[in-house]
Structures are given as structure tokens and as C-alpha cells.
Design a protein around this ligand. Structure first.
Ligand SMILES: Cc1cc2nc3c(=O)[nH]c(=O)nc-3n(C[C@H](O)[C@H](O)[C@H](O)COP(=O)(O)OP(=O)(O)OC[C@H]3O[C@@H](n4cnc5c(N)ncnc54)[C@H](O)[C@@H]3O)c2cc1C
Length: 522
């Protein structure tokens, strides 16, 4: 996948069947679905693939145990089926993980046990493993650093885990492989109309400044929390459709909570579910659900949210973590569909909304990463019907995602799937590329070169945050690695020293927002 080639396609062709705005899970899912059915498809992303909410998830491919407790059986059943499909179609970036829910009152074993048994039952043939009750001893074998005070036992269940932004890149590659034109760092800033109906968009290449006029039979707005500003442009109305809520995650070293299973805390002080999950050799603790007024591209954690997660982690474990143990804190905004005047966003449904608006714009929002494929299928069905295009059925249920291997290898390069052999070859053939980008981490310059040449990585942020994930794992290490990575980026793209220094400065500024120690608003 090469950005210049995609731009060349856009220069030679400006009329498409389906145009998608937004390169998060929703938009990318629509692009693969539409292109694999044979529609002429283009997707434009303002920043980088999954720069918005889609790189900031809790990394669960799940049905949502919490939604079952809310009685939303249909939503859970659909998500569990999608979970199974995702694990099958992208096994290099998604895998099964065991979760343990500890219980501190004897009757909770049966209460939560029944709920989690139902959860497994609903997944039918796509079950990832048997839910079962654990004794106190067995619970501690799974979670050796769990606090023993009043512990009665636990419940073991299975769910999926993934690398969200790596999956996003691979979905973009899948779409390109099926003929879609996909461009990142290209924003839509206006619509073209005939009367009140939309016929196209005006877009800007944010790297060169070049402007494009692109026409399409139907336009899909998949801009997540940012959807309202495009809706206002298209429809000339001021109604808000999104009720944003932020969720933060703390990333700490793995030794604070040993074992290979994840911990699920079913009821926090404010009645939420939180997790402690092993991920890329670190632990993620999350998440929160805080209604916010501002929709920012780099949302900031609130101090109370950090304290809340630290407090709960320390309460349930024998470890005692504090601010200085946090390697990175990342924040995502939920694009929850607005339902009346609800103020408690944790009770708003996570189901999606698909609407065809009077201008002809197809507006899709809400949902979960896990259900991106089914959401995309429904969105494309509705779009095709609305545009009067010939109907071809979706093919994505069994469509393998780019780099999907027959069997997953061991080692950290396994996340690249079948692309890992090309990266290994770069490491073997070029001494310089075998160098690590940071002494504490296994990542090499070969991967960086791969991202630049094959995954449309344009900026330091694209590489550090969404290709290597170092910003999410260890913000300080990412800042330390930035100058070396920027040199390679500038060399590969023929950029000046001034450009390189500007990239480093911009990235350092951004990365400080992921460091607890430098968050200026505390
Ligand atoms: C804290 C948190 C934890 C979550 N955890 C999970 C989880 O564990 N599992 C799960 O299944 N789901 C999870 N979710 C839900 C899931 O992450 C989201 O539903 C999903 O990522 C939303 O994707 P999206 O494509 O709709 O939005 P986004 O990812 O935000 O994508 C929208 C894109 O549109 C682009 N854009 C905006 N304006 C323009 C424009 N003018 N032109 C071009 N592009 C534009 C943006 O740059 C952005 O990249 C979580 C959500 C949050 C907030």
C-alpha cells in the first residue's frame, strides 16, 4: 500500500460509486465491504488510519459482558458472532485470552457464573472456551498477584484481544487489494451539491496542500465523534447527534500483575466494569466513562480518572502502583449516539445508528470495534439501495484480512502475519536496519522502513503511535526513540533537516500528553 500510488489513482479518476469519509474501524470496514463487492470505492482519512477512537480502545474483541447485564442479548449475540469471525479472519492481530472474575461473596460465584455461562452459550459454535467456576486456589494460580482478602474463588471465561491500529492498517491494505482507493492525511472540508443533494466532496491533501474534487453516487460519513461537524456542512442544521464520553487507560509494567490471564472487576465504585489486561508485554488498566463537552483530537485524561483506576487496581491486587509507575496514559472518545437528555453515558446503548439524511448522506455512528464488519455490511447495503446501485451481497464474513497467516508464529513479529517474513529479510540483509529503535524494546529500523514503504506511515506519530505502538506502551521511550526514527523517515522520503526537527518537536509535544508526569493541567 503506497500513498503516492493512491494519490495517482485519485488524480486520474474522480468519479466513484461509494465515497467514505473517515478511516477508523467504521470507515475502513465500509471500504473493504464495498470494494470486495465490486463497487468503485474511495476512502479519505483526515489524519492517519485509526488516529481517532479506533487506536484507543481497551483492545477487547468481545460481546460485552456488561451489555448482557443490561439485558441487551441481541447486541451481545451479534458481537460474539463477530468476535469469532474476526479471530478467524485476522488471527495475527486477534487472539483468545482467558479472563478471571474474582468473587468475594459466595453467592456471587453463581450470580456471575450464570451470567458468564450465558455469555459463552450465546457464542454458540464460535465459543472460545468453556466458562467454569474456580476455587480460591485455582483463582490464585491464574492471577498470582490478586489480593486474597475475603476471596472466595473466581470464574474463568474466554474472550478476544487484539491490536486495534495494526488491524486498521491491515484492513486498509485489504481494501486496496480489492481495488479501493484509500488515502490518509487527506481531509474532507466541504460538500458538492446539486440542489439539496450531495454529489461529491472537496478534499485536501494535508501533506502537499493539493485540493481535489471527488464525485460519488453515495457518500458515507464515518467520522466517529467528529461526525457532527460534517453533518452540519451537509445538512445545514445544528442538531447534535453525538454524546461523547471519554475512557482512559493506564499502561504499566507486566510485573505488577503476573500470570497470563486478564482480571475483570465486575463492579467498581461507580458500578462499571474494569479490566487489567496483558498486552504487548505490558498491562493495560481501563477504562473509565466520563461524559465530556469538548471533542478533541488528542483528548486528555482527568486526574480523578487516573486516581480511580489506580485505586481500583491497588484494591484488588497485592501491588501498590502510583503515578510514577505509569508508562503511558491514553484516552479515547466514545461516539455514543445521543438519546434524549441522558447524562450518564455508561447506560447509553453501544449499538450503532445508520441513517440516510435528506441530503443523501449516509451517517453511521456508534457500535464497537468488534462489530465493525457487520456494521459496515449494513451500511453498504443501505448505501447501495439509497444510491440505486445494482445490489451485490457482502463477502466479508469469510474474507481474510491482509497478512492473515494459516498458522500464527511465535515471537513479537507475529503481529505482522505473513508480512513478517519480508521484515525478517530486511533485518537479515541490512545491518543498519537490524538496529533497535530503543534499547529496551525489540522493535527495529527494518519495521520502520516497512511502515514507510508499505503501510502509508507519513509522520513520526503514525509510526510511534499506530504502527509500533511504542507511544501507547511507553511514552518516555517513544520520545527517546523519536530522533533516530525521524532520521530514517526523513531519509526514506527525501525530507530536509528542518522537516525532521519539526517532526520531532511536534511528536514530543503530543507524546507529553501520554506521560502522567508532564500533564500540565494536573
Ligand atoms: C475508551 C474506549 C474503549 C473502547 N474499547 C473497545 C474495545 O475494547 N472493544 C471494542 O470492540 N470496541 C471498543 N471501543 C469502541 C470502538 O473503539 C469504537 O466504536 C470505534 O473505534 C469507532 O470507530 P469509528 O471509525 O466510528 O471512529 P474513529 O476511530 O474516531 O474514526 C473516525 C475517523 O474520521 C476521521 N475524520 C474526522 N473528520 C474527518 C474529515 N473531515 N475528513 C476525513 N476524515 C475525517 C478522523 O480522523 C478519524 O480517524 C472503545 C471505545 C472507547 C472510547
Amino acid at each position: 500500500m503506497n500513498r503516492q500510488q493512491e494519490l495517482d489513482k485519485l488524480n486520474s479518476e474522480n468519479f466513484f460509486d461509494i465515497l467514505i469519509i473517515g478511516g477508523g474501524a467504521t470507515g475502513l470496514g465500509c471500504a473493504v465491504d464495498a470494494a470486495s463487492r465490486g463497487y468503485k470505492t474511495v476512502l479519505l482519512e483526515k489524519h492517519d488510519f485509526s488516529k481517532g477512537t479506533s487506536s484507543r480502545s481497551t483492545k477487547l474483541v468481545h460481546g460485552g459482558v456488561r451489555y448482557l447485564a443490561q439485558g441487551n442479548v441481541h447486541l451481545v449475540r451479534e458481537a460474539l458472532l463477530e468476535r469469532g469471525r474476526l479471530l478467524r479472519n485476522a488471527p495475527h492481530v486477534c487472539h483468545t485470552m482467558s479472563f478471571v472474575l474474582p468473587v468475594y461473596k459466595w453467592w456471587h460465584r453463581f450470580y456471575y457464573g450464570f451470567g458468564l455461562w450465558m455469555y459463552e452459550f450465546l457464542s454458540g459454535r464460535l465459543s472460545l472456551g468453556r466458562t467454569r467456576l474456580l476455587s480460591k486456589q485455582e483463582t490464585l494460580e491464574h492471577l498470582p498477584d490478586l489480593s486474597e482478602q475475603n476471596l472466595c474463588g473466581g470464574i474463568l471465561y474466554f474472550d478476544g484481544q487484539f491490536d486495534d491500529s495494526r488491524l486498521a492498517v491491515n484492513i486498509a491494505q485489504t481494501a486496496v487489494n480489492h481495488g479501493a482507493v484509500i488515502v490518509n492525511h487527506c481531509s474532507v472540508y466541504d460538500f458538492i451539491k446539486e440542489g439539496k443533494k450531495l454529489t461529491g466532496v472537496k478534499a485536501r491533501d494535508e501533506i502537499s496542500g493539493k485540493e481535489f474534487t471527488i464525485l460519488a453516487k453515495i457518500i458515507i460519513n464515518a467520522t466517529g465523534v467528529f461526525a457532527d461537524s460534517l453533518l452540519q456542512l451537509a445538512e445545514n442544521h445544528a442538531e447534535q447527534t453525538i454524546s461523547p464520553s471519554q475512557g482512559i487507560h493506564l499502561v504499566i509494567e507486566k510485573h505488577f500483575f503476573g500470570g497470563t490471564s486478564a482480571l475483570m472487576i465486575p463492579k467498581t465504585d461507580d458500578g462499571r466494569v474494569i479490566f487489567t489486561i496483558p498486552w504487548h508485554d505490558k498491562l493495560i488498566i481501563g477504562t473509565t466513562d466520563t461524559p465530556v463537552d469538548q471533542i478533541e483530537e488528542e483528548p486528555k485524561p482527568h486526574q480523578e480518572e487516573i486516581n480511580f483506576l489506580i485505586r481500583h487496581f491497588n484494591r484488588y491486587t497485592t501491588s501498590r502502583i502510583s503515578y510514577s509507575d505509569i508508562r503511558s496514559v491514553y484516552v479515547g472518545l466514545r461516539p455514543l449516539a445521543k438519546h434524549g437528555a441522558a447524562t450518564n453515558t455508561s447506560v447509553l446503548p453501544r449499538d450503532h445508528v445508520i441513517k440516510v439524511l435528506p441530503s443523501g448522506l449516509v451517517h453511521v455512528t456508534g457500535g464497537k470495534w468488534t462489530t465493525y464488519r457487520s456494521m459496515a455490511e449494513k451500511t453498504v447495503d443501505i448505501s447501495v439501495q439509497s444510491a440505486g446501485l445494482p445490489f451485490y451481497p457482502s463477502k466479508t464474513k469469510n474474507l481474510r484480512i491482509h497478512a492473515s497467516p494459516d498458522s500464527v508464529q511465535d515471537g513479537y513479529l507475529s503481529v505482522y502475519g505473513t508480512d513478517s517474513s519480508a521484515i525478517e529479510k530486511l533485518i537479515k540483509d541490512h545491518n543498519l536496519l537490524s538496529e533497535k529503535v530503543h534499547p529496551r524494546y525489540p522493535y527495529t529500523k527494518a519495521e520502520v522502513k516497512w511502515f514507510i514503504e508499505n503501510e502509508m506511515a507519513i509522520t513520526l506519530d503514525d509510526i510511534m503511535a499506530r504502527r509500533l505502538r511504542l507511544l501507547f506502551l511507553d511514552a518516555e521511550a517513544a520520545i527517546e526513540a523519536a530522533p533516530g526514527v525521524a532520521t530514517l523517515l526523513a531519509t526514506c522520503n527525501g525530507r530536509s533537516e528542518e522537516w525532521r526537527l519539526h517532526q520531532i518537536e511536534q511528536f514530543n509535544q503530543l507524546a507529553k500528553g501520554y506521560l502522567c508526569s508532564t500533564l500540565s493541567h494536573f
